[in-house]
Design a protein around this ligand. Structure first.
Ligand code: CS2
Ligand code: MG
Length: 410
């Protein structure tokens, strides 16, 4: 029996949006999948994998997960960065998929077995105004979600983050920030208007839906530390599960100032890609949730390092799971969510039906919890024939500008 790697294929397809998938096959024909999707920069990772990693992997033993991770991380000399870490993640997840298939077990068993019956997930709700926001929340409650992220349009700002532009009242929420276009769409931003508006929105939501519903909010890196501190304070009466990415992520010290002023829990990290990005945040207990993804933080191996480090300080996981994480990436996250002790919550933005024509999944949703299923490996299969129908189309994330034209953090 040979577990040597025979082929490494980079599969790019666009069933409703772009996905990059890595497929590693052993000499004996065991197949592992990894998600290598980096939203708006997909082909950079595809090239990194195809041109630089694939030649290094063919002939290696697929069982050597940790050694391969270190080989690709240390062996590149150039460390970290989203392109590199997404590529390493795809290899890592594909190798875990293979190992679990060889063991004839669902991946979560190899990660230590289930620590819970399912992973609590949060869905998105949004609206241009309060009535449409309430409709959106009700839809999510009807679907069975127990935790809901709330985003609203900001008065005077055209096209706010997280709100589906032009959606009719009652339309199913299908916000997708990456737009298929040759250039980035331009959105607006006004922090002062946002800070004035948001507390009233949360007050209305709490009054309408009561104290038990878990409420989250994404600030999407837009505030200065003192603005973020003020936001956290003003939201305290509405008991948020977390406020996410309140300041741009590069400056870990910014969170110290926020922390000094508010008890609203803080989650951060969807653009982080290594445990080093969390070093001070965790050690100084400046956050409550580490919110990176399997796909962008070095795979199961990379993210588990982050979660284990966070566990020492009672900080929980909050896996990033938007639609740009493919079904392969979501499945990998769910296996990890089920196994780790310090699980907090998993984001769930359901994929469009077209995506499921390419990716056949075995994860399930029931009563607000998701489960990765009990197929050997990740439990995801890739349909090449279906994928061939959906060619890659360039797509970009938006940018944000202030009223005077200055580029702001999107
Ligand atoms: C967001 C994402 O899901 C989230 O929390 O911040 O929609 C994010 O904008 C995209 O993943 C960017 O690719
Ligand atoms: Mg976010």
């Amino acid at each position: 029996m040979s577990t040597l790697i025979r082929s490494v294929e980079v599969l790019v397809s666009s069933p409703s949006r772009n996905f990059v998938t890595l497929r590693i096959t052993t000499e004996d024909g065991v197949v592992g999948l990894g998600d290598a999707t980096l939203n708006g920069r997909e082909l950079a990772v595809a090239s990194y994998l195809r041109d630089h990693l694939a030649p290094l992997l063919v002939g290696r033993d697929a069982h050597l997960i940790e050694d391969t991770w270190q080989f690709l991380y240390r062996g590149a000399y150039w460390r970290r960065g989203p392109v590199t870490m997404t590529a390493i993640a795809a290899v890592d997840v594909a190798l875990w998929d293979i190992k679990a298939k060889l063991a004839n077990m669902p991946l979560y068993q190899l990660l230590g077995g289930a620590s819970r019956t399912g992973a609590l997930v949060y869905a998105h709700a949004a609206g241009g105004d309060i009535p449409s926001l309430f409709d959106s929340v009700r839809q999510r409650l009807d679907e069975g979600y127990r935790a809901i992220r709330i985003q609203v349009a900001v008065p005077g700002v055209a096209k706010s983050y997280g709100v589906q532009a032009g959606a009719a009242r009652g339309a199913k929420y299908a916000y997708e920030p990456a737009k298929r276009a040759g250039l980035s769409v331009e959105e607006g931003w006004d922090s002062a208007a946002y800070l004035r508006h948001l507390p009233g929105v949360f007050e209305a939501v709490r009054n309408e839906f009561g104290p038990d519903l878990l409420l989250l909010h994404d600030v999407h890196h837009r505030l200065t530390p003192i603005q973020a501190a003020r936001l956290g304070k003003s939201l305290e009466p509405y008991d948020l599960f977390w406020m996410e990415d309140v300041t741009p992520a590069e400056n870990q010290e910014a969170l110290r100032l926020v922390r000094e002023h508010t008890t609203t829990p803080i989650a951060i990290g969807e653009v982080f890609n290594s445990v080093w990005d969390y070093r001070d945040l965790v050690r100084e207990q400046l956050i409550d949730y580490v919110r990176a993804s399997v796909v962008h933080a070095g795979g199961i191996t990379g993210l588990r390092r982050i979660f284990d480090y966070a566990a020492m300080y009672q900080i929980k996981s909050g896996s990033h799971g938007p639609t740009d994480i493919s079904p392969v990436g979501l499945a990998a996250a769910l296996h990890l969510d089920l196994a780790i002790h310090n699980f907090g919550i998993q984001e769930h933005m359901a994929h469009q039906p077209l995506a499921h024509e390419v990716f056949q999944t075995s994860y399930t949703f029931d009563g607000g919890l998701m489960h990765p299923g009990d197929e050997p490996g990740l439990g995801v299969a890739y349909d090449d024939e279906a994928a061939a129908r959906f060619d890659y189309e360039p797509a970009y994330l938006p940018i944000a500008r202030l009223a005077d034209g200055t580029i702001h953090d999107w």
